[in-house]
Design a protein around this ligand. Structure first.
Ligand code: EPZ
Length: 415
């Protein structure tokens, strides 16, 4: 069975080049559905999720040309209005094709994304927004049929600043008649990057304190854009340096996107220095106990919660980590406890009692970031750790074993 094999106990030291952000690349690969002109995206990361979204839009009639870390998406013939289930089922972000297809074609049939190990992952905010824009939606158990003679601008207010719903309705609003106002939108850096691309395509978008206003355009044109660096990948390597007591510098990042992560790492005793494009961590000591709550940006990112818990497993004293974004994002705790961790999950809180040592074990990666947490634990554990289902990890981390080996990890992929 495919697995990653890690021999733990080595300090990580060195520099890691950070790729383009997965969670910016995915919506940006959907945006070209809004135009027949070519869109060129630079710093596209080589990830399974990117392959999936490019296959999805290719199946809808787009022509995709990949050249290293650049992808050009252009018109490959008439757009199709029906997406194949196999793509959307694999990855939730494919659901974002729905609004742009309806804006272009007046109708679309798209499978509903499934839940996953971190929660039910509903799309009610996406669908309510499209309804407000005049879409007629028929929901079936596994797909939706959406029709609209003419979508129009709408006033939408989110009870929760959903990242995906903000991206979905931003892209749709950019190509429909009238003004759309989204109140309480997500403020993640990936949203700002998508807005930059849409503006280059001719969209009229104003970002206010409480809302984003979009004045729809009749036509959007092609554009060229370089994707922001992946703050989650950067945070992963900094935490890997911290858990191994090493010295790791991440290169080509935007420190401003990691303010909350840097603040937490300093709070638990790590020394961090930064320049305009790099962040350097020196893990001279075991982590001090902390109390961390995940929150929408600029709060501590839920996607680094599992990796932070792994670090705190080997910290001093007792820490508390609260997961306030997803309803069940502690499935990985069982595996960390099998490695010697002492973590108690009470509802959406994890109480972590620091131990002196973790021990290698055979454990399954359940999702991208849970897999990241197991890698960190394996890097610091005594002995060998085998992580099954590395395909989950490959969805969000490009060349992770090569990048870790370059800074001293003993890690290899096996069958
Ligand atoms: C994005 O997922 C990211 N994925 C996730 O990263 C990330 O964890 C999440 O945002 C939160 O930051 C991508 O960008 C591709 P949400 P998304 O809509 O858009 C509830 C990773 O590892 N909600 O902000 O699905 C939802 O249940 C992935 O890279 C509704 O109730 O996140 C959740 O509790 C994992 N109704 C909360 O909002 C809706 O219609 C946050 O979801 C939509 C969401």
């Amino acid at each position: 069975m495919d697995h990653l094999l890690i021999r733990g106990g080595r300090r990580l030291e060195g520099q890691v080049a950070i790729d383009g952000a997965k969670n910016a690349a995915l919506p940006m690969c959907v945006a070209p559905l809004l135009t027949d002109e070519p869109v060129r995206l630079h710093r596209i990361p080589h990830l399974r999720d990117v392959d999936t979204i490019l296959s999805t839009i290719s199946s809808l009639g787009k022509e995709v040309r990949h050249d290293g870390n650049t992808v050009e998406i252009s018109c490959g013939g008439a757009l199709k209005s029906e997406a194949e289930a196999r793509y959307v089922e694999q990855m939730r972000a494919s659901f974002l094709i729905l609004g742009p297809l309806v804006a272009r074609l007046g109708h679309a049939v798209v499978p509903l994304p499934g839940g996953c190990t971190i929660g039910r992952r509903p799309v009610d905010l996406h669908l309510e927004g499209l309804c407000a824009m005049g879409a007629r939606i028929e929901e079936f158990p596994d797909h939706v049929v959406v029709k609209a003679e003419q979508l129009h601008g709408a006033r939408i207010s989110f009870p929760y600043p959903s990242v995906g719903a903000t991206e979905h309705l931003l892209m749709t609003a950019a190509l429909i008649r009238g003004e759309t106002r989204i109140t309480n939108p997500s403020r993640e850096p990936e949203i700002g990057d998508l807005i930059n691309l849409l503006r280059k395509m001719g969209a009229h978008i104003v970002v206010g304190k409480m809302s984003i206003r979009i004045n729809g355009s009749e036509h959007l044109h092609g554009a060229e854009h370089t994707i922001i660096p992946d703050r989650l990948e950067a945070g992963t390597y900094l935490l890997a340096g911290a858990i191994t007591g090493g010295e790791v510098q991440v290169m080509g990042v935007e420190p401003g996107h990691l303010r909350s992560v840097i603040e937490v790492l300093r709070r638990v005793g790590m020394s961090i220095t930064e320049s305009s494009e790099t962040i350097r961590l020196l893990g001279e000591q075991r982590a001090e106990p902390g109390h961390v709550v995940t929150a929408p940006y600029p709060g501590f990112p839920t996607d680094l919660q599992p990796l932070l818990v792994a670090l705190l497993c080997l910290g001093r004293g007792e820490s508390l980590v609260e997961e306030r974004v997803f309803e069940s994002r502690f499935a990985y705790v069982h595996s960390l406890n099998c490695m010697g961790g002492r973590i108690r999950v009470i509802g959406r809180k994890a109480v972590v009692t620091g131990v002196n040592m973790l021990v290698g074990a055979k454990v399954p990666a359940l999702d991208i970031r849970a897999g990241g947490a197991l890698i960190l634990a394996g890097l610091a554990a005594e002995g060998e750790t085998v992580i099954y289902h590395p395909e989950h990890i490959d969805r969000g981390y490009a060349s992770i074993e090569e990048k870790l080996a370059l800074i001293g990890a003993q890690i290899e992929r096996g069958k």
